[in-house]
Design a protein around this ligand. Sequence first.
Ligand SMILES: *Cc1c(COP(=O)(O)O)cnc(C)c1O
Length: 355
Amino acid sequence: MNSIINNIEIIKAKTTKINDVDFDNLKFGHVFSDHMLECKFKDGEWQAPKVVPYQAINLDPSAKIFHYGQSVFEGMKAYKDTNENVWLFRPLENFKRLNISSKRLAIPELPENYFMDGLKTLLQVDNEWIPKKDGSSLYIRPFVFASGNGFHASPADEYTFIIACAPSGSYFSGKVRVLIEEKYSRSANGGVGFAKAGGNYAGQFYPTQLAIEKGYQQVIWTDDNTHEYIEEAGAMNIFVRINDTLITGPTSDRILDGITRKSIIQLAKAEGIPVEVRKLSVHEVVTAAKDGSLKEMFGAGTAAVISPIAGFGYKGEDFDLPEFEDTYASSLKKRITDIQTNKAKDPFGWRLKVE
Ligand SMILES: *Cc1c(COP(=O)(O)O)cnc(C)c1O
């Protein structure tokens, strides 16, 4: 039976896959919920979104996504608190950024209500898929791609917006060792590095494989021009603690404006931690590692929230970070996840209850 919630039509899946899922042993992004939101752009406008059964997508071989890479995405999470209330974290920021990314890739921007009402409706339909276990959440992947056809190198005339969901366990993979990149670049001035474009990830995989072969888990991206300034850690923003000051680079064409990054900056400032948003050179980090003032480095992004770095390689030399209790990484991660999961007050108004 079809039904309508928040003006969104719902076509229910005939069966559920939920009984096959072991919610106590969830990996990250491996199983998908019963439904997805689907919305098409055609005849010059976005058509009304629908919640439909999670299913494969049927595309023509000439669909422009395959040839010209017009595709952008978002990553967000829904959390269930102990009273089974459902919460999102700063979802409007994801909506705005999706449109910023779309605009840069000549993809038509989505109306806010299609994104927000579509998302809320999907979460209501797939409510049972939002894990209750501490540290688990429903990972949400909104994405838009060129589904219009033709080999002509120009923007497509049809697009598809989908939101798919994956119940996920915590992303924690232990501390990582990283390699400061001297040759390859993730992004360039005037390019698409600030957009969450699929192709940015494709371009990262090969240099990351090379780093893995050398015994590191992740690449620290440096500026494309001189490779002298630290920009991002893999697909996360990066923070460096020197003495008691937390430093992160300013957003630009090349650095993605992460929601976790800006939340950490605000939280840290509110906790009285000195924060500097400024260019940070590799030289400064290496010098601090040598004189012992380098205390912490960590990546920041939705999936892992905060991912501590154990050490880094640079020009054939390896540097270890000190191990100690009460790191900024652990206290800030706890602060953020407590706010996300409704365990703590939300002084910044970041949480949104889904109802
Ligand atoms: C998604 C992403 C981030 C983190 O953004 P959040 O909004 O915190 O999840 C950082 N850097 C890159 C390159 C990204 O793609």
